[in-house]
Design a protein around this ligand. Structure first.
Ligand code: ADP
Ligand code: MG
Length: 261
């Protein structure tokens, strides 16, 4: 019996039900002035789970991600990570941020530092590792994302896909409990998208817990344990990728899929 390619590496059979919660958002609300940008968000992400967050532009996906490492404050509800409520400020907040890796659409590498130096920097500053230890770890991570040969290049000498892989290595160097990817391939040339998605897929296979915002529906379908669909600041639908892509239950999701597929 032949299966569609997308279903063959479907991870939805992973034993999500038995995993412990790593991120718990409960009744989260946020406003930007009069705009109610997050509406009563209840979302639990389990250890090792890959949650893909989909939704039209402006639905609040980036804002949701940014509340998880408190780049944005919330005005109602609670967020806990590994059982600990998000700290308000100070050292506890800095520690929390280093436990939550974030990779954005724009790579934000230091232009005047090499790939290696970009991966070393926060290890020394935040994790207080020696330069030698940080350097060894950076080399190992650059190798893991396929960039061992490019360690001494500057960002401008690298393609967008390579720069984004450096950004991923830099986030991994903090040994995060969770990775947030907010449209990590949206700024890339089409031919370099897959090299970044492959790195994210490999991380997922290694058991990294992650929330991924993406417009790459093939990736969403094959890599997600769970798809969460947002519209107008609310979680509208939550299901396995198979269910979401074959039989979405809300009009908003059907409308969205009709536009993107
Ligand atoms: P998405 O990532 O799904 O495209 P965002 O989370 O970026 O959505 O934005 C959700 C809504 O909040 C949009 O209407 C956007 O214009 C608005 N918004 C985002 N950031 C700000 C901000 N800093 N100040 C005011 N409004 C904002
Ligand atoms: Mg966004």
């Amino acid at each position: 019996m032949t299966q569609p390619a997308a279903a063959s590496d479907d991870r939805s059979a992973a034993p999500v039900g038995v995993a412990e919660p790593l991120v718990v958002m409960a009744g989260v609300n946020k406003h930007y002035g009069a705009l109610h940008v997050l509406r009563d968000i209840d979302l639990t992400v389990h250890r090792g789970e890959v949650v893909v967050l989909l939704g039209p532009s402006g639905s609040g996906k980036s804002t949701l991600c940014r509340t998880v490492n408190r780049l944005e404050t919330i005005d109602g509800g609670t967020i806990t990570i590994d059982g600990v409520p998000l700290p308000e400020e100070g050292r506890a907040l800095a520690r929390l941020r280093s436990d939550v890796g974030m990779v954005f659409q724009s790579f934000n590498l230091f232009a005047h530092k090499t790939a290696l130096e970009n991966v070393v920097l926060a290890q020394v500053k935040v994790r207080k590792r020696s330069k030698q230890e940080a350097g060894a770890k950076a080399r190992a991570l650059l190798e893991r994302v396929g960039l061992a040969a490019h360690a001494d290049k500057y960002p401008a000498q690298l393609s967008g896909g390579q720069q984004q892989r450096v950004a991923i290595a830099r986030a991994l160097a903090m040994e995060p409990k969770l990775m947030l990817f907010d449209e990590p391939t949206s700024a890339l040339d089409p031919e370099t998208v897959s090299e970044v998605l492959d790195v994210i897929r490999a991380l997922a296979a290694d058991g990294m817990t992650m929330i991924v915002v993406t417009h790459e529906m093939g990736f969403a379908r094959s890599a997600a344990d769970r798809v969460v669909f947002m519209a107008d600041g609310a979680l509208v639908e939550e299901s396995t990728p198979e269910e979401f892509f074959t039989s979405p239950t809300s009009d908003r999701a059907r409308d969205f899929l009709a536009k993107v597929l």
